[in-house]
Design a protein around this ligand. Sequence first.
Ligand code: BDR
Ligand code: CA
Length: 309
Amino acid sequence: MAYSLLLDCDPGLDDALALLLAHGDPDIQLVGVTTVGGNVGLAHTTRNALQLREYLGFPEVPVAAGASQPLTREAVNAAHVHGEGGLGNVTLPEATLPLSEQHAADFIIETLRASPGAVHLVATGPLTNIAIALEREPAIARWAASFTIMGGSYTRGNATPAAEFNILADPEAAKIVFDADWQVVMIGLDLTLQAQANSIVVDRLKALGALADELIVPLATFYFNPKVPDWDGQAVHDVCAVAYVARPDLFSMRPARVDIETRGEFTTGMTVVDFDPLVPNALIATKIDVNGFWAYVESVYAKVAAART
Ligand code: BDR
Ligand code: CA
């Protein structure tokens, strides 16, 4: 089975690991990468995407930059998690290939328009580009083969007690996206925190040689803090969203209605989830086969590592 996938992202440690998965899985055809300001500013997320494209070796895939700011708010970032440049301690060679001249939103529209029903759209950053694309062309909601986000949660936040970072960063965009005429596949914190890169996983990844030394392990361990309760290892949130497209069999899903809190004093950015809705607008991942997930991810990373030697 081959899946065409367009990744909208803010690399970002785990976005970079998600990009590696999308590039490396032979069942996934990566058709574009769009960037948004989020974990760090747009200049950094775009530079990182361009550098990753050349380092990993998918020069034919367009990279298009999008929104540097949320729709209406001041930008927030997560540089304290991802490092000032967004990729922790990883330093990659400067890119030489050009950025697409299109805005990310237009690239998304044109890519989905060109192949209706064929391209799976995945968003692993704030939802600003997707909201702009929906406002410019609502039909993308029909054209996308599926739409999956890493974002939100139904129990807790990480950026605040109530809100997950990607939703908090641009709640107005998230509201537009969840209110659009499609089913949002929500891979939230409740799911991603089940599949942390613990020491057993990291030891196995270390066996992948130079790719692991230079990229995978530094990305997967940069902000791990063993003193944080419930942290067995660093979460690789965005990897789970890409994995869902190719391996939905690894996930347990429940239909739900998700509304976005945009005005709460303490709850702005919260995904308010009703698992017994009259009209569902989302499919929420509740459980992941952790061993199956890591076996899949490791096998894909191993293919990329082998192809580089
Ligand atoms: C999400 O926020 C970002 O920091 C990560 O890249 C991920 O997309 C986790 O809350
Ligand atoms: Ca991200």
